[in-house]
Design a protein around this ligand. Structure first.
Ligand code: G3H
Length: 493
């Protein structure tokens, strides 16, 4: 049964949303509001407050005050509350899907998948939380010691976690940060990405309806430039779990001080196609890996490195697959599988990269047209390492193809990037696949499959400028939300 969301906003049109702190939806006293416009047609989806520092302070203090009580609660009671939240999200799939479509322009099926995947994610994370265990150590294992000491290294929560998800997965990147922290006994301040705030506020309300105690989850809204520094430098915040750009993370890292940092960041994922690959399968996977949600995914394939011998055949297959799968249009309509770019600034940046590549000799072999934020699925060949498109992350529907002479050259080119999120390699030769996987400097590698973060229990991290710590994967992220506390029992031996 769908839930009632009347407490989270005013009844005026467009709705003005509240922020959530100490278990209550509160109208902000700020004089600064942010209109959230849909990238589809610029219509206002809602208005959210840029909360004041005093309001953000109230949220942080309530999280701090609630933490010990939440940590002290029985683990199975925490798990039950999370399962209840998953059930409520399942009951509200249609509403959350429609909000995601409006707010970030994600195509219909992908927006629905995001919500359904999150239901399963929360259930899985909740169960994994039951299995969080520490270690027991015996003194006599160490030279010179008798059997007179036993150390119990327990996993205890970090405290208050600041969760900052990106715009492209307001629900599915928000939920793991919240749930991993909560199931292990932390409390949370959620600071949603501005575009994505309204979907996030609805999700927070479902956590509330599930019965979370006051203060355990709080949500403050506003732009990073207004409350970001206040939150990331706050002495009561113990950890920051952020998904976003390297530039933002780098700034946060310099300001945060003695806090645990977990970052999931940008990528320039290379997909390597070797001449012996099943080219039809490779083209299909790369089409999806590159153009789902219009390339606005950290794990989107952002360049293809193809062996010369199969280049032309592969490009033909790729064009065929992309033009069949990706239909540009209003993402509210199920048949349209390619929606708008999130904002004009990004659309302009992508146009710049395209122009630079074409001016330097690249050929547009598919798409290339753009009207405002709506851009056709675009493929470029004859791309060289001199072009910006070979190195920069466009975050949009544009895919450069580069020719390479061998797998060794592909690996060298892939590794030249400042990023190291994920890569994929397509080949039937298991030895080459293994050699490529071993040599790539990335957090994860797909053999004969498109780049992707999920399934959501798989470990996921980024090397180089792509991340810090294990940012996804139920067992790993929950573990990152804890630290060891060792109690040594001294006995007579
Ligand atoms: O944008 C970054 C996301 O973590 C990518 O996730 O591979 O499930 O699309 P995805």
């Amino acid at each position: 049964m769908a839930s009632n969301f009347s407490d989270i906003k005013t009844s005026q049109k467009p709705a003005v949303f509240k922020f959530f702190a100490a278990g209550a939806w509160t109208s902000s006293a700020t004089d600064k509001f942010i209109e959230i416009h849909s990238p589809i047609d610029n219509a206002i989806v809602g208005i959210v407050p840029s909360v004041t520092k005093e309001e953000a302070e109230m949220a942080v203090e309530s999280a701090k005050n609630a933490q010990k009580g939440w940590e002290g609660m029985l683990i199975h009671e925490r798990v039950d509350l999370l399962h209840k939240t998953a059930g409520l999200i399942r009951d509200n799939v249609d509403l959350l899907r429609d909000l995601i479509i409006l707010e970030i322009g994600k195509p219909f099926s992908e927006a629905e998948d995001e919500v359904l995947r999150t239901v399963d994610l929360i259930d899985y994370y909740a169960e994994e939380g039951r299995r969080l265990v520490g270690d027991v150590w015996e003194s006599s294992a160490f030279p010179g010691y008798k059997k007179n000491k036993v150390a119990i290294a327990r996993r205890v929560p970090l405290g208050v976690v600041l969760a900052i998800p990106p715009f492209n997965y307001p629900i599915n990147e928000g939920a793991p940060k919240i749930v991993a922290a909560l199931v292990s006994g932390n409390t949370v301040i959620l600071k949603p990405s501005t575009q994505g705030t309204i979907s996030s506020l609805h999700m927070v309300e479902l956590f509330r309806q599930a019965g979370l105690p006051d203060g355990v989850l709080n949500c403050v809204t506003g732009k990073g430039e207004d409350i970001g520094d206040f939150l990331v430098t706050h002495p009561l915040i113990d950890a920051i779990n952020l998904t976003g750009s390297f530039e933002t993370a780098d700034e946060v890292a310099h300001k945060a001080g003695m806090k645990k940092l977990l970052f999931g960041l940008s990528g320039k994922d290379a997909s390597i196609v070797l001449a012996d690959a099943d080219l039809v399968q490779a083209a299909d996977e790369i089409a999806k890996g590159s153009f789902s949600y219009g390339g606005q995914r950290c794990t989107g394939i952002k360049r293809v490195l193809v062996e010369e011998k199969c280049h032309d055949e592969f490009v033909e297959l790729l064009k065929k697959s992309v033009s069949k799968k990706y239909i540009l249009g209003d993402p509210r309509i199920k048949e349209n599988t390619l929606g708008p770019i999130i904002n004009d600034r990004t659309a302009g940046y992508i146009a710049e990269l395209l122009e630079d590549a074409v001016n330097m000799g690249a050929k547009v072999v598919l798409g290339g047209k753009r009207e405002g934020r709506n851009m056709e699925a675009t493929i470029l060949t004859e791309v060289t390492k001199k072009m910006r498109l070979a190195w920069e992350e466009p975050f949009g529907p544009i895919l450069p193809v580069l020719k390479v002479a061998s797998w060794e050259e592909a690996v060298a080119t892939a590794n030249q990037s400042e990023y190291g999120l994920q890569s994929s390699v397509f080949t039937k030769d298991i030895d080459k696949a293994w050699a490529v996987a071993e040599a790539l400097e990335v957090g994860s590698i797909q053999i004969n499959g498109k780049d992707a973060r999920g399934p959501d229990h798989f470990p996921f991290t980024g090397f180089k400028h792509s991340g810090l710590g294990m940012v996804q994967g139920a067992k790993y992220l929950i573990s990152e939300m804890t630290r060891y506390k060792t109690i040594v029992m001294n006995t007579k031996g």
